[in-house]
Design a protein around this ligand. Structure first.
Ligand code: SAM
Ligand code: DTB
Ligand code: SF4
Length: 333
């Protein structure tokens, strides 16, 4: 029997009033029920055999003033990642062209900033225009935005802004002390207000429990509009950071979180993000069955590794999955 919180058809399926109790119940449902319900909903809105591919580039690496305890780029920790300057426009253009040639439809630029200074934003806006001129979707993740900055990014042609909640509100202070959960929500509201698509998710496996994961998804599902894109990262433990020795999370917990996100936010793209190097093909296949329909493609994420392109091509072939074309990333009405 199916879970009572899942409607039997698409009527009233897009909800922004999920309760924490509902989210926690969903994420802990028997796995077969959860997967079945998630797959049913997934097929109402998406081609179940298409997976969108995005490529990442760190345009400004390291030396970040924030103290996120998972991150290789925080100046508070002693990882092997050094501080670098903002990349040149030409180098970014060349990387975007390589991403396009290898089949990515979206190019995501990440910067290790608390937030961009106005003169940094001029340079990033030029990069966005170059990426758009190549015919790619553009995404940026630059930290917290101040008044007016999201509008400038929109004007430059930015399609998506990534800004993760990362974990539940309750667990947040165990992970980051230099900003709070409300700061994140304020930037998300600015992005939405400026008319940029919201990309917002989090990290699993930082020592939080299943309820924290459900609670984070409940906050996303209760935003006035669901994020268009939900990246779910498995923690990549980085030597020198406070979370370096965290025990790895059972991949089935990721599968549960993906399915819960799919059911609560039916029209959103759910991206299998960091951590795929440690996920075997069967676990990734289960994530796709649970409703994941996007991945990061290319040998590196920002500072850590990602499966080689030929490994992902083999995976797609084995599963009969196709990379989604550029115009197929919006859900059916
Ligand atoms: N500085 C910006 C910010 O924090 O919003 C943008 C870059 S930050 C690296 C983007 C996201 O990458 C983080 O919010 C986090 O979800 C993810 N991330 C960073 N380090 C990670 C790690 N070691 N394992 C998994 N995900 C990670
Ligand atoms: C997201 O949620 N995951 C990406 C992207 N948004 C920017 C970043 C993953 C970073 C993994 C660790 C690293 O490579 O430094
Ligand atoms: Fe800085 Fe972003 Fe890393 Fe936090 S996650 S330390 S804000 S780069």
């Amino acid at each position: 029997m199916s879970s009572p919180s899942i409607p039997s058809d698409s009527a009233n399926e897009i909800r922004n009033d999920w309760t924490k109790t509902e989210a926690r119940k969903l994420i802990s449902a028997p796995l077969n029920d959860l997967l079945y319900d998630a797959q049913k909903i997934h097929r109402r809105y998406f081609d179940a055999n298409e997976v969108q591919v995005s490529t990442l580039l760190s345009i400004k690496t390291g030396g970040c003033p924030e103290d996120c305890s998972y991150c290789s780029q925080s100046a508070h920790h002693k990882s092997d990642v050094g501080a670098e300057k903002l990349m040149s426009l030409e180098a970014v253009r060349a990387a975007a062209l390589r991403a396009k040639d290898s089949g990515a439809t979206r190019f995501c630029m990440g910067a290790a900033w608390r937030g961009p200074k106005d003169h940094d934003l001029d340079n990033v806006c030029d990069m966005i225009s170059e990426v758009k001129a190549l015919g790619l979707e553009s995404c940026a993740t630059l930290g917290m935005l101040k008044d007016g900055q999201a509008e400038r990014l929109k004007e430059a042609g930015l399609d998506f802004y990534n800004h993760n909640l990362d974990t539940s509100e309750e667990y947040y202070e165990k992970i980051i002390s230099t900003r709070n959960f409300e700061d994140r929500l304020a930037t998300l509201a600015r992005v939405r207000q400026a008319g940029i698509n919201v990309c917002c998710g989090g990290i699993l496996g930082m020592g939080e429990n299943r309820h924290d994961r459900a609670d984070m998804l409940q906050v996303l599902a209760c935003l006035p509009e669901h994020p268009e894109s939900i990246p779910l990262n498995m923690l990549v433990p980085i030597p020198g950071t406070p979370l370096a020795d965290t025990d790895p999370l059972d991949p089935l917990e990721l599968v549960r979180a993906v399915a819960t996100a799919r059911i609560m936010m039916p029209k959103s793209m759910v991206r299998l993000s960091a951590g795929r190097l440690e996920l075997d093909p069967s676990s990734q296949a289960l994530c796709f069955l649970a409703g994941a329909n996007s991945i990061f493609y290319g040998d590196t994420l920002l500072t850590t590794g990602n499966p080689q392109q030929r490994v992902d091509q083999n995976l797609f072939e084995k599963l009969g999955v196709r990379p989604a074309p550029l115009d197929a990333t919006s859900p059916a009405e």
